[in-house]
Design a protein around this ligand. Structure first.
Ligand code: GLN
Length: 443
């Protein structure tokens, strides 16, 4: 009772400013569930968890931070939620995010921006910014996010927390409201690497309800892995694209790894400048197709039935979607239209393959590829939101792992002028537990 009461007290005190939650559950209900869960037991008996509002939760409103779904209550739980409940976790609330996970700052939310607990003038990153802020503000120890092109790692970096974009196919996407299926994964977020590993071990695994999951399970939470002898490639072409302030902090972290016996070499990804355009072409194409289901009839915002079908459809979508989502539907539809499909979409798929091949080669030499997670410090609220190209450019380091389906972790590297900087480590496909093990050691 005390644990729940203290948590709510803290949220009531701080969250009017921070705005990490879109939906906070009823305190008495949570208390009851925590008590019952402790009686039943499990690896997370009675532990509160914050869940990004893109993940379906039975009976709890799931909005995707959009007016389109602002009243939507799912009739079923996502597989990851089922797994967490089986281990005793109790959902505290649903966290703020960019609308339909499209953004890097949690400013495109219909429910207003989330603020960074380290500096309230700044964004906590996005799109899982509410989950990152909920951890950094000390509301919870565990949170779920989703990562299509960095949405777990950006907030982890900007809030000095830990986040993993798992290998594609290791965590079920059943019940995740789709943005870009070929890129995204649900993943764990936590205040330390041990907890991150525990959460990952619970949510990972094959699922009959998601045909893209593979035969895979993590039976025990990963343990510590020594740094000595680990071969680390530092991606110099990525470092060159990052701000000096960030590079300074990363260089200090690299020196520390080297002094602890890691074998460190500078190397290049190659094609680094093409990763971002390829990512956005693929992500927007998939998004435009996925979001066609919001027709104002079957799902969500449904205020207009006048006129013919096109009029009804356009009016509901025109009012239900925000600016950034509309921009992506328009661009995605354009990219996939006859004549442009080969020029853009097919070309982007070719770049995706080249990046994958380049990574395969690098992983024959290195265990880990290291870079900053974000090329910049957390921007001020309002600084990038009206300049989409500037916002997209922030994802230059993170999108690579999504294009290549490999795991990538963000861990705190240090601070620059009291602002958090994140270190990203990418590993071979299915080396998720190794990345967590190394992070436990570094921490
Ligand atoms: N910022 C990227 C985008 O807007 C990534 C978002 C995400 O990972 N969901 O597409």
């Amino acid at each position: 009772e005390e644990y729940v009461a203290k948590t709510f007290e803290r949220i009531n005190k701080l969250d009017k400013k921070i705005n990490a939650f879109i939906t906070l559950r009823d305190e008495e209900e949570v208390k009851k569930e925590v008590k019952e869960s402790i009686k039943r037991g499990g690896k997370l008996a009675g532990v509160l968890i914050a869940v990004k509002d893109v993940i379906s939760t039975k009976g709890i409103r799931t909005t995707c931070a959009s007016k389109m779904l602002s009243d939507y209550i799912p009739p079923y739980d996502a597989t990851v939620i089922e797994k967490l409940k089986n281990e005793g976790a109790v959902i505290l609330g649903k966290t703020n995010m960019d609308e339909f996970a499209m953004g890097s700052t949690t400013e495109t939310s219909y429910f207003g921006p989330t603020r960074n607990p380290w500096d309230l003038e700044r964004t906590p990153g996005g799109s899982s910014g509410g989950s990152g802020a909920a951890l950094a503000a000390g509301y919870v120890d565990l949170a779920l996010g989703s990562d299509t092109g960095g949405s777990i790692r950006a907030p982890a970096a900007f809030t000095a927390t830990f986040g993993l974009k798992p290998s594609y196919g290791t965590v079920s996407r059943y019940g995740l409201i789709a943005y870009a299926n070929s890129l995204e994964q649900i993943g764990p977020m936590a205040k330390n690497a041990e907890d991150l590993g525990l959460l990952y071990s619970i949510i990972a695994g094959e699922d009959d309800k998601d045909a893209t999951t593979i035969k895979y399970s993590v039976d025990n939470p990963p343990g510590e892995i020594p740094i000595k002898g680990i071969k680390i490639g530092v991606l110099s072409d990525i470092l060159e694209m990052s701000d000096k302030s960030v590079v300074n902090v990363i260089r200090t972290a690299i020196d520390k790894l080297s002094s602890e016996g890691a074998i460190i070499e500078e190397t290049k990804l190659g094609y680094a400048e093409y990763a971002l355009p390829a990512y956005y072409i693929i992500a927007m194409s998939e998004a435009s197709s996925n979001l066609a289901r919001y027709d104002g009839v079957r799902y969500g915002y449904s205020k207009h039935f006048e006129g013919n079908w096109i009029e009804t459809f356009s009016k509901n979508r025109g009012e239900g979607f925000g600016m950034e989502v509309k921009r992506r539907i328009l661009l995605g539809s354009f990219i996939l239209s006859a004549g442009y499909y080969e020029e853009y979409y097919i070309k982007a798929l070719k770049v995706r393959r080249l990046i994958k091949n380049s990574l395969d080669q690098l992983f024959s030499k290195y265990d880990v590829l290291l870079s900053p997670t974000m090329p910049v410090l957390p921007p001020k609220i309002g600084e990038v939101i009206n300049d989409p190209i500037k916002m997209y450019a922030m994802d230059v380091n993170t999108v690579i792992a999504n294009l290549a389906a490999i795991p990538a972790i963000s861990i705190p590297a240090g601070f620059y002028n009291n602002l958090p900087v994140g270190l990203q480590m990418m590993g071979r496909y299915l080396s998720d537990t190794m990345l967590i093990g190394i992070s436990i050691n570094i921490e």
